[in-house]
Design a protein. Structure first.
Length: 171
């Protein structure tokens, strides 16, 4: 599932980036097969790091050695939000390809979580830009449910203030 800056750009908050964030939910054998199928002269990936990420529900990197593009492969966490976020992904057409993308609501929530973990203003700016564009389409109940569950009230208030949007204005 495409997430991160590419997903927020798709949903209305364009930003230049040199990496792609993908959430994956492989088995250990699927992950080993994936890593082994990549041509070593075109891609750098560490199988040990990939398997460790799977075990810890973390992330590992894949680098296209020709272009320098980095893909952050994020292992889907087993917690309720992450499972629901992954199940809600939608298929969109990008560059003529069908690509699973996180919903706008889930990208907003994920951006706020990243902001809380890294105290990154950029993540909140992305979320606010996206909210400005998508306010009328956002499932506010869904977002506010996960805001409470994940304790993101501070980040949510900052995003709404920056976007100049309140739930009552979008209903």
């Amino acid at each position: 599932m495409l997430t991160g800056s590419f997903a927020s750009s798709y949903h209305g908050a364009p930003r230049a980036t040199q990496d792609i964030d993908l959430v994956i939910a492989p088995t250990a054998e699927q992950l080993r097969s994936f890593v082994r199928l990549l041509p070593r002269d075109e891609f750098y990936v560490d199988e040990g790091a990939a398997l460790e990420a799977l075990k810890l529900e973390g992330q590992f990197n894949l680098v296209d050695t020709r272009t320098g593009w980095k893909v952050d492969l994020i292992i889907r966490k087993s917690r309720p939000f992450s499972r629901e976020e992954f199940d809600r992904r939608t298929i969109v057409e990008l560059e003529g390809e069908d690509v699973p993308v996180a919903t706008p609501e889930d990208v907003l929530i994920a951006k706020m979580e990243w902001a809380r973990m890294g105290e990154s203003a950029r993540q909140l700016e992305d979320a606010a830009k996206m909210l400005r564009v998508r306010a009328q389409q956002i499932d506010w109940r869904y977002v506010e449910h996960w805001i409470r569950e994940l304790k993101l009230e501070v980040q949510w208030a900052a995003v709404q203030a920056a976007a100049g949007v309140q739930p009552t204005q979008a209903d």
